[in-house]
Design a protein around this ligand. Structure first.
Ligand code: DOR
Ligand code: ZN
Length: 341
């Protein structure tokens, strides 16, 4: 039995670091485990200008513990009136490396998002031309569509037509949660990748209702049936380079989760690698963890892999009940793997 593994330092290709006091509280958890992270732009107001992205980057760097080597990779939040020239200028200047498509009202702070993908046609054409990736929150927002079907509907309604029109546009289908998304990403033409969260590898939708309503298991896209979780576990551990690590760690204060209208988001950063290692171990695929966590993402984004290493050891690790007013994923549980550093 393998009791210790060392891999190239992983990156997290999908992170919500927030701002202000929350940023100060959570940044260290991501920076402790990962070399780089794609920083989601859904602040209030969202990151829609190069100046806003540049100053957010400075605030993130200022929130890191001393001596930590961590690079935030910034993203632009797309709105209906996004300007192709501004998108390209910010990309060329290094203010952002990708743009995020939030369909309006799909999730937290998405009310400034895109109401109709036709409205950003010019931006998407420009991104395809310059090789700038589009990161998608892949859910339709039509309230008539069942919430558990919104990701699968997004493939048919948005992704397939978009890729037919702009086959050269690089797309990351973020936080996939369904068998349909796994099949689509696996089988379609090159140029598409997908991130998979630790929590969608561990919980199915029963977790939302286990003995009562469980707000800390609620995120978007919401966890699906067990067969979808099994498809995600096969995708993450199966060696297909299109799938890579993205935690979607999304902290909210306990009071904002445990409310009449509780926020979506799971704070998985404190033990993210431990959870992924446990899943790969259960799947008999620890030898594939490095590709998923440290190689496939940089390859998709055209970035070098990290040269430093991290070690995980088979050793019980307790997850705290609460950190900085936020409940971590699997709070109070003991995990079989420890992040040594
Ligand atoms: O659960 C989620 N939380 N899904 C998202 O897409 C956004 C995120 C957040 O910002 O809290
Ligand atoms: Zn997210």
């Amino acid at each position: 039995m393998t009791d210790q593994i060392t891999l190239r330092r992983p990156d997290d290709w999908h992170v919500h670091l927030r701002d202000g006091a929350m940023l100060q509280a959570v940044a260290g958890y991501t920076a402790r485990q990962f070399g780089r992270a794609i920083i989601m732009p859904n602040l209030t107001p969202p990151i829609t200008t190069a100046a806003a992205a540049d100053s957010y980057r400075v605030r993130i760097l200022g929130a890191l513990p001393a001596g930590v080597d961590f690079t935030p990779l910034m993203t632009l939040y797309l709105t209906d009136d996004a300007d192709p020239a501004v998108v390209e200028a910010g990309y060329r200047a290094g203010s952002w490396i990708a743009a995020k498509l939030y369909p309006a009202r799909a999730t937290t702070n998405s009310h400034f998002g895109v109401t109709d993908i036709a409205k950003i046609g010019g931006v998407l054409e420009r991104m395809a031309r310059i090789g700038m990736p589009l990161l998608v929150h892949g859910e339709v927002t039509d309230p008539q569509v069942d919430i558990f079907d919104r990701e699968a509907a997004f493939i048919d309604d948005v992704l397939i037509p978009l890729r037919a029109r702009l086959p050269e546009l690089k797309i990351v289908f973020e936080h996939v949660t369904t068998e349909e998304a796994v099949a689509y990403v696996s089988e379609s033409a090159p140029g598409i990748g997908a991130t998979i969260t630790p929590h969608h590898l561990v919980i199915n939708r029963n977790a939302l209702f286990a003995g009562g309503l469980r707000p800390h298991a609620y995120c978007l896209p919401v966890a699906k049936r067990e067969r979808h979780r099994q498809a995600l576990r096969r995708a993450a551990t199966g060696g297909n380079e299109r799938f890579f690590l993205g935690t979607d760690t999304a902290p909210h204060l306990v009071a904002a989760k445990e409310a009449d209208c509780g926020c979506a988001g799971i704070f998985c950063a404190p033990a993210a690698l431990e959870v992924y290692a446990g899943v790969f171990d259960e799947m008999g695929a620890l030898d594939r963890l490095e590709a998923f966590a440290s190689r496939n993402g940089p390859r998709f984004y055209g970035l070098p892999v990290n040269e430093t290493r991290v070690t995980l050891r088979r050793e019980p690790t307790a997850v705290a009940a609460e950190l900085g007013g936020v409940r971590p994923f699997l709070a109070g549980e003991t995990l079989p793997w420890r992040f040594v550093g």
